[in-house]
Design a protein around this ligand. Sequence first.
Ligand code: C2E
Ligand code: MG
Ligand code: MG
Ligand code: MG
Length: 292
Amino acid sequence: QAKTAGRNTLRFFDAAMQAAVTERAVLESDLREALRLQQFVLHYQPQVVGQSQITGAEVLLRWLHPQRGKVSPLDFIPLAEETGLIVPLGYWVLQTACAQLALWALRPETAELGIAVNVSAKQMQQDDFVAQVLALLRDTGAPPQRLKLELTESVLVADVENTIRKMDALKSHGVGFSLDDFGTGYSSLTYLKRLPLDQLKIDQGFIKDILVDPNDAAIARMVIALAESLGLCVMAEGVELEAQRAFLANSGCHAYQGYLMAHPLPIADFEAILGRHGSADKSSAKQGFGAV
Ligand code: C2E
Ligand code: MG
Ligand code: MG
Ligand code: MG
C-alpha cells in the first residue's frame, strides 16, 4: 500500500518535474528566438531629484512575446543568466541605451539626461566587457558621463579585484556606477569601501513599509548616512507615496524612482512627460548622475 502510494507520488512528481523542464526548454528556445526577432523593448522609468526634476531614466527590459504578451524581466532574466543569453541580450540593452543617449545629447532640452542600465554579473565578468562598452559609446557618440551602470551585490561577490579594475577603467572615461538593491545582498562594508561607486540605491523592499515599520525606516536612514559618509549619492527606489518621499527627504535622501513619479514608460511616453516635469539642469543632473 505505502509502496504503491510512494510510487504514485514519485510518478506524479516526475510528471510535474517533466512539465517544468519542458516549460523551461520552451522558454529558453523562445528567448533565443526573441533575440533574433528583436522582440525586446526598453521602458524608461524617470529618476527624479527633489519634487519633480527628472535627471534621467533607468531602462528596464520588456519582452513582447507573441503569445504570452509582455513578459516581466523577473520571469526571464534568471533564465537568461543561467543560459548565458544575458550576454547578447545585455549588449543589446547597452547599445539601445547608448543610441538613445546620443540622440538626447543633440537637443538642449534632453542633453543633460542620463540613462541607468542594469548590468548582470555574467555580463560584467566577460573579459571584453570594458572594451565593448567603450566601443558602444564611441560608435554611438553617447556622452560617457551620462551613462550609469547599475550593479547588484552579486557582481561584487563574484570577483572583487577584477570588478574594481573594470569599474576603474570605465570610470576613467566618465561612466558612473550605482549599487542596486542595496541592503538585500551579502557584500560586506569592506567591499563597499573599496568599490569605486557613485551611488547607492536603497532597495524598494525597505521603502515599501518605511512609514509603518521602524526597522525599515532605521535601515533606510542608515543607508543614507552610510552613503553620505562614503561620499556617495543615494537614491530610493520603489517610492509610491508622497509621504514616503517626504520621509526620505527629511532623512536626507533627495533622489527618487518609483510609481509616485512614474511607471516605466515607452520612450515616447517618457519624452512626453519631460516637458511637464521639466528636465534636468546641470546641478540636479549632477545629484542624480554625477561623480559627486
Ligand atoms: P531593478 O533594477 O531593481 O528595477 C526596479 C524594479 O522595480 C523594476 O521592475 C521596476 O519596474 C520596479 N518598480 C519601479 N518603481 C516601483 C514602485 O514604485 N513600486 C514597485 N512595487 N515596483 C517598482 P522590473 O522592470 O520588473 O525589473 C525587475 C528587475 O529585473 C530589475 O530590478 C533588474 O534587476 C532586472 N532587469 C530589468 N531590466 C534589466 C536589464 O536590461 N538587464 C538586467 N541584467 N536586468 C534587468
Ligand atoms: Mg536597477
Ligand atoms: Mg533595484
Ligand atoms: Mg530589484
